[in-house]
Design a protein around this ligand. Structure first.
Ligand SMILES: [Zn+2]
Ligand SMILES: [Zn+2]
Length: 352
């Protein structure tokens, strides 16, 4: 089936309309009419080949929500008309220890197959993402969406930004009685604040800009610290159980390690182009502190996160765009000028 998409044909080429093909649904496949797709920083990195190995044409997009339009003969858990989502993965080996535990995001067999730029038997030989009218995905990698349909656009960013922050918060047992920091109030960080608050923790948001203070409080932060203000930082020394750092620019981690309690963890989910300066061992050994990392989340946990958000009424704060506004959206995203996630209205692809 030939459909409309937006993609780039080279690292220095803009995103423009292209026609792509989707396979006919196989016995275990779900075919989805895409209604909205979130715009993630990874999309921009990949399409401009800022990470090695971008395959062209590149059609980004891995915060996909839509409606099932057809299912294969052996699909049991989805029917035509269901509201569904697809996140950062569309396949994995299904047989390694990580996949056995539904941690497909850490697949050590063939590695997980990304929703775009991953290996594929379908034309053109790599996966093409959600800046498109439809997608065909193996049932195992499709998520149920139980939010109200009117909230669907704002659900899209949960598929990457939501799970990327939810998974480490759960892994490090964030909940009532815990003091938790969220560093960076952008696409990821604003979800981190909402989710940590909903999990019952005392949430402190860290930002470099004093003018973001009120916005962070509005998202659910109990306190806001301007990380460039040494006095404000010092007031919280040695007091955090867990700090989630969403910043994707190289910076000194030591001030945040200094805010951890004994046995506290600073977890990184942002991946800067240039490495952070090496942290000071002194700060880690005095207090048995840890610096860790976390990558999205498995399929089972992604469904758990979506259900938790549906129950608590949590969505992302979004700005809707037409597909032909994508280059402007990238430019604004690079300046941090978005509250807090752009989402493409996929029906505008019809005019492309
Ligand atoms: Zn993403
Ligand atoms: Zn695996």
């Amino acid at each position: 089936m030939s459909i409309k998409a937006y993609g780039a044909t080279a690292a220095d080429a803009p995103l423009l309309p292209i026609d792509i093909t989707r396979r006919e649904p196989g016995p275990h496949d779900v075919q989805i009419d895409i209604l909205y797709c979130g715009v993630c920083h990874s999309d921009l990195h990949q399409v401009r080949s800022e990470w090695a190995g971008t395959l062209y044409p590149c059609v980004p997009g891995h915060e996909i929500v839509g409606r099932v339009s057809a299912v294969g003969a052996h699909v049991s858990s989805f029917s035509s008309g269901d509201l569904v989502g697809v996140g950062c993965m569309v396949d994995s080996c299904q047989s390694c220890p990580s996949c056995d535990e539904s941690l497909e995001n850490y697949c050590t067999g063939s590695g997980f197959v990304g929703t775009y730029n991953g290996p594929s038997d379908d034309a053109p030989g790599h996966t093409l993402g959600g800046y498109s009218q439809s997608i065909v995905v193996s049932e195992k990698f499709v998520l149920h969406i139980r939010h109200d349909e009117k909230d669907l656009a704002a659900v899209a960013p949960l598929l990457c930004a939501g799970i990327t922050t939810y998974s480490p918060l759960k892994h490090w047992n964030v909940g009532p009685g815990k003091k938790v920091g969220i560093v960076g109030i952008g696409g990821l960080g604003h979800m981190g604040v909402k989710l940590a608050h909903a999990l019952g923790a005392h949430v402190v948001a860290f930002t470099t800009s004093p003018d973001k203070k009120q916005a962070a409080l509005d998202l659910g932060a109990d306190e806001v610290v301007v990380s460039r203000n040494d006095d404000e930082m010092a007031a919280h020394a040695g007091s955090f159980d867990f700090i989630l750092n969403t910043v994707a620019a190289s910076h000194n981690l030591d001030p945040f390690v200094g805010l951890l309690k004994r046995d506290g963890t600073l977890c990184l989910v942002g991946v800067p182009e240039h490495p952070h300066p090496s942290p000071t061992a002194f700060n880690l050994v005095f207090g048995r502190k840890a610096i860790a990392g976390s990558l999205i989340g498995g399929i089972a946990e992604t469904q758990e996160m979506l259900d938790f958000c549906a129950e608590k009424g949590i969505t992302s704060d979004i700005e809707m765009i037409r597909i032909d506004e994508i280059e402007d959206a990238y430019a604004r995203m690079l300046k941090g000028d978005v509250k807090y996630r752009f989402v493409i209205d996929s029906k505008t692809l019809a005019d492309a």
